[in-house]
Design a protein around this ligand. Structure first.
Ligand code: MG
Length: 375
């Protein structure tokens, strides 16, 4: 199985034998981690490697070699639509993964989606692209948990879902201390090991707002039917409530191995996923707390953008990406991240998500506006 995408943004697979979980890696792409890409290419036998950040004439590109190497941002769509590919694992960070997702769905592929931003910034377009035979299967652990709970059930039987949030590193900090948090404070996630952007998103709870919007599109639920609860142990990934009041929860150690594997094998369950055996006694007490919405205002801003619909989540996502970059490069303090997002949303004009160009125009506008707010 594909254990972890590491620095690989997009991996495409051919299903050799779904019943026994045998997949062959066809193509791999990365933004700039060329050593990782080359090593993974050798290990998996991928016949296509794409590197987004290359200069024209870069000696790395060798289209006549044993392995087809491509440079530039077009490699993402090329890898995602490769004719030998059945499943596209999209773990590109941020808005850059959108076009590969749309192209793969239009080509009838399964997209195992870790790039939640694609769904957040262009949910209506992603759903429309999937109508032609493609399908989106979430890799995000909370959404994988919901999918596992509702698999085989009619959508009308589901009344509510509750996504869990670890609460991030500032769960029990005062709001004054949170406002002054350093980059290294924000990068100390208590339970999950992830890249810097999503780790900061976990610290602001922007990640959970993005996940609420992601759940809205994936499961066709209204925002009143999606709740969030803080669960510091990250053992219960989501609860699903059915119309008769019964609740199912998906429980496993905080590791991405199972969600990635399930995204490949869904709706089947196969052995040898490599996950650690669950020990209910050893895991200790499981606790749940409400989200501190006043102290983590980014969460509320994101959900509000989700409720506004159309391109409002696009504006939220873009503003958040710029604010997080500005924080990581120490241009703004942690406490300014929600202020930057609010500045952008206050000026947002409510454009419709009619096509990719309209979504990308809002994305660009929100980035430029957020940059102004970071100065
Ligand atoms: Mg998640």
């Amino acid at each position: 199985m594909l254990g972890s995408t590491g620095s690989i943004g997009l991996a495409t697979l051919r299903v050799m034998d779904r019943q026994h979980g045998r997949f062959h890696v066809v193509a791999l792409t990365a933004k700039c981690s060329r050593e990782v890409l080359e090593a993974q290419g050798k290990k998996t036998g991928a016949k296509y490697l794409g590197l987004v950040d290359v200069r024209p004439g870069d000696s790395w590109i060798d289209v006549n070699g044993a392995c087809n190497r491509r440079g530039g941002s077009a490699c993402l769509v090329e890898a995602a639509t490769h004719p030998d590919v059945d499943i596209v694992v999209n773990a590109v960070v941020g808005a850059a993964g959108l076009q590969a997702t749309l192209a793969a769905l239009e080509a009838g592929k399964r997209v195992a989606l870790a790039n939640k931003e694609a769904l957040v910034m262009a949910g209506p377009l992603v759903l429309a692209a999937a109508l032609g035979g493609g399908e989106v299967v979430p890799i995000d652990s909370e959404h994988s948990a919901v999918l596992q709970c509702i698999s085989g059930r009619a959508p009308t039987e589901v009344s509510r879902i509750i996504l869990t949030a670890s609460g991030g590193p500032f769960r029990d900090w005062s709001s004054e201390r949170i406002a002054e948090a350093s980059v290294s404070d924000a990068l100390k996630h208590p339970t999950w090991k992830m890249g810097p952007k999503i780790t900061v998103d976990s610290a602001t709870l922007a990640n959970k707002a993005l996940e609420v919007i992601e759940a809205h599109y994936l499961f066709g639920l209204g925002y009143d039917a999606i709740d969030v609860v803080v669960h510091p142990q990250s053992i219960v990934h989501a609860f699903t409530e059915f119309v008769d009041g019964s609740i199912l929860a998906q429980v496993s150690q905080p590791s991405m191995e199972l969600p990635i594997f399930y995204a490949l094998t869904h709706p089947q369950r196969l052995g040898d996923s490599g996950v650690e055996r669950f020990d209910p006694v050893g895991v200790g007490p499981l606790t749940f707390e409400p989200v501190r919405k006043v102290d983590f205002p980014t969460f509320g801003l994101g959900v509000q953008a989700g409720r506004a619909g159309e391109t409002a989540p696009t504006a939220f996502n873009a503003a958040n990406e710029i604010a997080v970059q500005a924080f990581l490069s120490e241009r703004i303090p942690f406490g300014r991240i929600p202020a930057v997002i609010d500045y952008v949303l206050q000026r947002y004009r409510g454009e419709r998500a009619s096509d990719v160009d309209s979504v990308l125009a809002v994305d660009r506008w929100a980035r430029e506006t957020a940059e102004v707010a970071c100065c």
